[in-house]
Write a protein that binds this ligand. Sequence first.
Ligand SMILES: [Fe+2]
Length: 159
Amino acid sequence: MKQQDAIALLKADHKKVKELFGQVEDTSERAKAQLQRLGDEICRELTVHTQIEEQIFYPAIKERVERGHKEEKDQVLEAYEEHAAAKKVIEDIQAVDASDESYKPKITTLSELIDHHVKEEEKEMFPSVKELFDEEELVELGQRMAELKTQLQEQPAQA
Ligand SMILES: [Fe+2]
């Protein structure tokens, strides 16, 4: 398998989740089993995604920008807050199931949050990261994230 650099890996995750959100939009409120399956998958994907960012990607950026680079540091700090907001909505989704009329609206809310967050990462953070790290470093970060991702996916699902 070709080594994915950190940015390619995260963008692939973003794309996957975006597709899942699109499928939810196209799913009728009556198709409970389908909604449940999609909701479960979205929550699982995003939980792993936020963990690899928070445990590897964001700390690496933060460490590099500790002195100077105020703008980049602010981008990371804001990203943590957006993750925290997304996690609350994920918990809300997991607290009910698809038979609840609030299920799909909750997923739509999460979709909007994530859409905003992804745009900021892809338009602001990733371009900064490409200036702060060379390609070799990005591949190394990508490798560490891919490993953690595999580990987290192998863990039995919580909740
Ligand atoms: Fe993120």
